[in-house]
Design a protein around this ligand. Structure first.
Ligand code: UT7
Length: 328
C-alpha cells in the first residue's frame, strides 16, 4: 500500500511587508534583498493570529476539497518551529478547532525541512494500514521570532503555511521514495537560543534578544547549497531517473541562489522548478506545501507526473521526496 496526496491547500496572511517597507525599518535596500535572496514581498500575520489559526484554515480547506467530515480524519501532523505554545501541540489545537474528534496528532520540529519530515511520518502511518488518512501541515509564524532590528534575518522570513491530505493508494500513484538527514552539529548556526530548557525566559534573555532567530547566514548557505543539491541528485540516482523524467521540482524557498544551485545539480531546466520566494520569502515549514498548492492550482501537475521535493533547514535537517502525482 502507498500513501497519496488527495488534496492541497495554503494560507497566506493578508498583511504584506515589501522590501521598500523594510528599507524604512533597517539599513537595507530593495536591490540588495532582491539580488542576494530573490525576495520582494512577504506576508505577516495580524495581531492575535497564530500558527494554529493558519493550520485550522488549511485543514478546513482540505476537508472541503475532499468532502470529508472532521470525524473521518485519523491523524493530524503539524510541522512548525513556531507552535502557539511550548506545551500543547499546535496539532491538538487544530484537531479541536476543526472538530476532528477521532484524530490524534502531534507537532514535528525540523525547521525548514519540517514538511518533508512530516510527509515521511504521515506516509509511513498511512502505508501501515492502521490509519486511513492524515492531514499534514507545514506552517510557521516566523514574525513571532524575528528581530525586526536585525537586517541579517528580518528581510528573509515570512509567515504562511500549507498542507495536504494523505490517503491510502493501491496503485502506482503516491509517495515513492524519500531520503532524510539530520546533523545536530549544525545547531549552533541557526537557532532561537532562549525560551527552551537550555535558557528559560528571564530578564537577561529578553535584554540580550535571545528569543529571536540567530543565524550565521554564510555558513548555513554553504551547507544548504551542498546538501539540498546532493540529496536531490541522490534520490534521482537511486531511482534511475534524471532531471528529464521530472515534471516539477519544488525546493524549499530559502534563497533563490540555493534553489538555482540544486536545480543545476539535477540538470533541471528553469521551467521545471517552482519558485515563489519573490512573493512570500522563507516561510520555513510552509514553503513546500504553499508551492505545491500553487502548482496544483495552476495545473502544473497532472496524473502520473513525477514530482521532486527537497529542503534544508535548521538542526541541520535536510531531505528529498519523490512523488508520482495523482489527481489531487
Ligand atoms: O531556511 C533554511 C535556512 N536558511 C538559509 O538557507 C539561509 C542561508 N543564507 C542565506 O540565504 C544568505 O547567507 C543571506 C541571505 C542570509 C545573506 O546573504 P549573503 O550573500 O551570505 O550575505 P552576507 O551575510 O555575506 O553579507 C554580505 C554583506 C555584508 O556586508 P559587508 O560585511 O560585506 O560590508 C552584510 O553586512 O551584506 C551585508 N548585509 C546586508 N546589506 C543590506 C547583510 N544583510 C543585509 C541586508 N541589507 N539585509
Amino acid at each position: 500500500m502507498k500513501a497519496k496526496v488527495t488534496a492541497t491547500a495554503r494560507y497566506l496572511p493578508e498583511r504584506v511587508l515589501t522590501n521598500f517597507d523594510l528599507e524604512k525599518m533597517v539599513d537595507t535596500n530593495n536591490e540588495w534583498i532582491r539580488s542576494r535572496t530573490g525576495i520582494e514581498t512577504r506576508h505577516l500575520v495580524s495581531e492575535g493570529e497564530a500558527t494554529s489559526d493558519m493550520g485550522t484554515n488549511i485543514a478546513m480547506q482540505l476537508l472541503e476539497k475532499t468532502g470529508k467530515s472532521p470525524e473521518d480524519i485519523d491523524l493530524i501532523l503539524v510541522a512548525t518551529s513556531t507552535p502557539d505554545y511550548l506545551v500543547c501541540a499546535t496539532a491538538a489545537l487544530i484537531q479541536n478547532n476543526i472538530g476532528a474528534k477521532n484524530a490524534w496528532g502531534f507537532d514535528i520540529a525540523a525547521a525548514c525541512s519540517g514538511f518533508i519530515y512530516a510527509m515521511e511520518t504521515g506516509t509511513k502511518m498511512v502505508e501501515s494500514g492502521r490509519y486511513k488518512n492524515a492531514i499534514v501541515i507545514g506552517a510557521d509564524t516566523m514574525s513571532s521570532i524575528i528581530d525586526y532590528t536585525d537586517r541579517n534575518t528580518c528581510v528573509i522570513f515570512g509567515d504562511g503555511g500549507g498542507g495536504v491530505l494523505l490517503e491510502q493508494s493501491d496503485d502506482e500513484i503516491g509517495i515513492l521514495d524519500s531520503i532524510l538527514h539530520t546533523d545536530g552539529s549544525g545547531s549552533q548556526y541557526l537557532n532561537v537560543p532562549a525560551g527552551g530548557s537550555a535558557h528559560p525566559a528571564s530578564k537577561d534573555t529578553i535584554e540580550n534578544r535571545m528569543h529571536y532567530v540567530h543565524q550565521d547566514g554564510k555558513t548555513v548557505f554553504k551547507f544548504a547549497v551542498k546538501n539540498m543539491a546532493d540529496v536531490s541528485k541522490q534520490i534521482l540516482d537511486q531511482n534511475n531517473l534524471t532531471g528529464d523524467d521530472l515534471k516539477l521540482f519544488i525546493p524549499h524557498q530559502a534563497n533563490r541562489r540555493i534553489i538555482d544551485a540544486a536545480a543545476k545539480r539535477c540538470g533541471l531546466a528553469e521551467d521545471k522548478v517552482l519558485i515563489n520566494i519573490n512573493k512570500y520569502g522563507n516561510t520555513t515549514a510552509g514553503t513546500i506545501p504553499i508551492a505545491l498548492d500553487e502548482a496544483v492550482e495552476t495545473n502544473r501537475l497532472q496524473k502520473g507526473d513525477l514530482l521532486l521535493l527537497a529542503a534544508f533547514g535548521g538542526g541541520f535537517t535536510w531531505g528529498s521526496m519523490l512523488i508520482r502525482w495523482g489527481d489531487a
